[in-house]
Write a protein that binds this ligand. Sequence first.
Ligand code: BGC
Length: 749
Amino acid sequence: MTDRTADLAAMTTAEKASLTSGADFWTTKAVATADVPSIMLTDGPHGLRKQSGDSDHLGLNDSVPATCFPPAAALASTFDPALAERVGAAIGVEAAIENVGVVLGPGTNLKRSPLCGRNFEYMSEDPILSGAMGAGLVTGIQSQGVGSSLKHFAANNQEDDRMRVSADIDPRPLRELYLRGFERVVKAAQPWTVMCSYNKINGVYASQDHWLLTEVLRDDWGFEGLVVSDWGAVADRVAALTAGLDLEMPAGDGRTDAQIVAAIAEGQLEESVLDTAASRVVDLVRKTQARPAVEGPLDGDAHHALAREAAGRSIVLLKNDGGILPLAPDASVAVVGEFARTPRFQGGGSSHINPTRLDSALDALGAVDGLTVGFAPGFAFDGSDADALRAEAVRLAGAHDVVVVFLGLPDTEESEGFDRTHIDLPTVQLELLDALLEANPNVVVVLSNGAVVALPFADRVPAVVETWLLGQAGGTATVDVLTGAVNPSGRLAETIPHRLEDTPAFGSFPGSFGHVRYGEGMFVGYRWYDQRRMDVTFPFGHGLSYTTFAYGSPTVTVAPSGDLTVTVPVTNTGDRDGREVVQVYVAPLTSAVERAPRELKAFANVEIAAGASQDVTVTVPREDLAYWDIRVDRWVVEGGTYRVDVAASSRDVRGSATVEVSGDEVSMPLTHSSSVGELVAHPVVGPMVLAHLSGMQEMAEGAAEAGLMADDGMMKLMASFPIGRLAGFPGMGVTHEQVDALIEAANAG
Ligand code: BGC
């Protein structure tokens, strides 16, 4: 951070306090005496929501027109951080034209449950993917001299009771899953601001959590920016300031600024704490001032084209039996479903954007030369006239070669502020689909949903296209994929399970009486399904193309830094150019801690021409192999053999290799509570203890009824016995003096 001593020197305590809370809904306060202007922070995350009239944080009032890019759930399916960076840069340009200092996004919370109402705003069930995509967006936004706000820090994985609930999480899942994505973005892209979440973590409000906002974020990760509260997240302003919360948003009535001044006057708060926060606000203001003014008007066409490209790349082709897609150039197509005409392209709440324009798939299909297109809505969003609309759609389906039916979740089911209670599509739509299949088996299902829905029909339809929510150009982008103008390359950033009951957090979501216990621990998303060997409808990382890719054998080498370099030849074996997402999953063969069978550690998104081959190389940073060791409160890489799976999805491993990894030393002093097993594993005293045990084993084998003792039972039997309690134990032949000597000998080295 720049030295802001001079800026602060000109201010009174009250002025400094005033700087650390908002002036109104979207702006900071100016301090004229120190020449500090006010700046604007505004939503985010997948486009600009700048309100010029009435303000709100729920997306109720209007905002200036802006390009609505694909929300995070879709964009993450591109597995392409470079594309995210381009989208981020475009959002940055729009923010700069509107003179916005900070865009409130991206959101990078992990998808613990498909029910979370804001899953459409979040990236993935995997932290490495979330982190990589989040870093791309932040880098892009900030490349335009506009700040981003990485949110919602942290563990905001549900909307239910979001302003009070305590997410109760053990240290390993907290570090390895829920914080890891944030860590990656902070280290890779240094967002100018981080937004703390509303909820508590293990009983402490994120806004008042010194461990989270200062020890982890700044001391461990090296965050250099400013921490802003989510809108209304501060319960105790002085406690928040002390914890490391620099800016409270939105404006209060001046009461909390006065509390800070009073706390300093009464000696309860060091003025230096306020100085630090105020100087971070000034620093942020100066950074935004450094950006040269950007004149409009916005190049709406160029940004719409980018929104279309990103949307096309986000679409995941889940199934395509018999090559029913792409549509034949002269196909006669029955287009069914209200979503074709009235697209669902974004979610509800503070991210709600007023798009510059809006493409519908129906219009786009109608504009494709050669296609014959008929349309029937099939259902109304409110469920009315179901029988009549269904009958009309069935007639249409019977009269065409192929049926493309647009199904999805209505607007009212997915929003900030509340969670879903099920993952089913509306019954009226499922019944329509059944009726259509009877009339014409050539059905392509196109889905619009911000979070996972169950697909009970997946086995009965030849093709399923998951479009998520695609932003304002989703309609044309969908048609690009349906016709083959774009070869689909999206991959699932989250597993599609068969049933809600199969999902990791089922039964412990959304918690009760102010607490939600993350009982599934380390096993979220594919980690859960893989560990239990559960069948899923479509696995994490899955997605088809109109071409095919063959993988050669992977090779893995260890760089001097310890990073793994994985190389695999990939050939496009079809007759179309296409993109493949090469995924690298890693797991140690044995581990001292609970681990998922495999974890995504790196990926590469490569474009390969029809018939061409390419050596694809990805790097797995050594630090990403680490687990969080609760004994020493730090990351530890276990030494030993690791299996590296090169895969086209989490369940489609195309080749594997093993590699030796040198581990980190963790030396724990032995104590009287150390177990016999731990002593045996000790390099110095282990052999002595083993010798004693084998003496006892021999005695046991000589006895008439050896039983368990007859094999290596002595070791199994004694392994968990604390050494201190062996001393003097009848039949063990071990004295207190011998135990003390052993511990001393072990710890001497
Ligand atoms: C949301 C944030 C948003 C803020 C401002 C809050 O309710 O949680 O994501 O940035 O409002 O609209």
